[in-house]
Design a protein around this ligand. Structure first.
Ligand code: TXA
Ligand code: MG
Length: 332
């Protein structure tokens, strides 16, 4: 096949290449594809062997379960016990950047059983219906739910371009469908709908305020949420050079890096008298910050910079997700 001989496995996401990608997934291979959030590394979620390759390619800890990408509510019902609040959220936010954790179906029909490797041995499954024509077309052409984590090496910033996938995973993936840069730039919101009230496990584009209009939200302590969310146990999103966070006010952050080659990103300019930045990205909105965040982390680490300083935006709208990713990337 052509994709095996081409130097790079990046191909345009045309109808023909999506059909080839579907064949690869049906035969147990790995395909990276764009979604509206970030690029995913996809395999047939019902094939334990294929899913095992995802963990190996990423170097992902086995105790961190994967999201199943499905076409919609009817599809979801095959794999999960969809309760009232889950269904309300699906109606309100699917297709879109919302992943819902539900109990896995104990169906007698073994074709619909999600293998334990996909679920990391949990009794629950995480499902999402992406809002991207390439992702939708891939799900529809394979006929399987597609298990897909973000297509980065484990612990690295998530990829928002096909090239970032190739940089991280290169040989480990059979094909990379290039659909251009992703629109949202940070991963989906993950919610737990297995209890009476819904808990946000990972903030994303569907915000607390939006969810609160549709379901009762859990107001618990962070310890309980971390307990339910395997992904939060591991270091994540970290660039190869140190990342420092700036609150947008104090000057110390910039005084400390005098004489060092530092790169900066944020909504505000650094203090003008201390601005010796090597590279700088100023965003005009928090949406743009979210869209560019992972791209800039990757760009800055490879541009000769020694340190990255990033402004922490306030938590409104997608700012909550940006703060969450920045704090985890900085290891704080
Ligand atoms: O936007 C996204 O969600 C992207 C695109 C590709 O869809 N995917 C993504 O996958 O970010 P990943 O694997 O990088 O993050 C999935 C998160 C992890 O934090 C994982 O622990 C959590 O979802 N998760 C998956 N299944 C779960 C479950 N059964 N219970 C609790 N958390 C779960
Ligand atoms: Mg990830």
């Amino acid at each position: 096949m052509i994709y095996e001989t081409s130097e790079t496995k990046i191909v345009p996401a045309t109808r023909e290449w999506i059909a080839s990608a579907a064949e690869i997934i049906k035969s147990g291979g790995l395909v990276a594809f764009p979604t509206e959030t970030v690029y995913g590394l996809g395999a047939n979620a019902l094939d334990g062997g294929a899913v095992g390759k995802i963990f190996k390619a990423k170097g992902r800890p086995q105790d961190n379960p994967l999201i199943l990408h499905v076409s919609g509510i009817r599809d979801a019902m095959k794999y999960a016990e969809v309760n009232e609040s889950a269904e309300a959220m699906m109606h309100a936010f699917w297709p879109g950047p919302l992943t819902i954790v539900m109990f896995s179906t104990a169906s007698a029909d073994t074709d619909c059983q999600v293998p334990s490797v996909t679920r990391a041995n949990l009794g629950t499954v995480a499902l999402r219906a992406p809002l991207h024509p390439v992702a939708i077309s891939l799900i529809e052409s394979t006929g399987f739910p597609i298990a897909a984590p973000s297509a980065n090496r484990s612990g690295r910033p998530s990829p928002t371009t096909a090239q970032a996938v190739a940089d991280d995973l290169g040989d480990a993936v059979d094909l990379i469908l290039d659909g251009g840069p992703t629109k949202i730039g940070v991963e989906s919101t993950v919610v737990d709908a297995t209890r009476g009230s819904v808990a946000i496990l990972r903030p994303g584009g569907v915000t607390e305020e939006m969810l609160g209009k549709v379901v009762d939200l859990f107001e618990g302590d962070e310890g309980d949420i971390a307990h339910r969310s395997p992904g939060t146990r591991h270091r994540h999103y970290a660039p190869d050079i140190p990342l420092f966070l700036w609150d947008g006010e104090e000057r110390d952050s910039f005084v400390r890096v005098l004489g060092v080659r530092w790169c900066y990103m944020g909504l505000r300019e650094p203090p003008s008298d201390l601005d010796t930045s090597h590279r700088k990205a100023i965003f005009s909105s928090v949406d743009e910050y979210a869209r560019e965040l992972f791209t800039k982390l990757r760009e800055f680490e490879s541009c000769g910079g020694e340190i990255i300083i990033a402004e922490l935006p306030d938590g409104r709208n997608i700012g909550g997700a940006v703060r969450n990713r920045l704090m985890r990337a900085a290891g704080s």
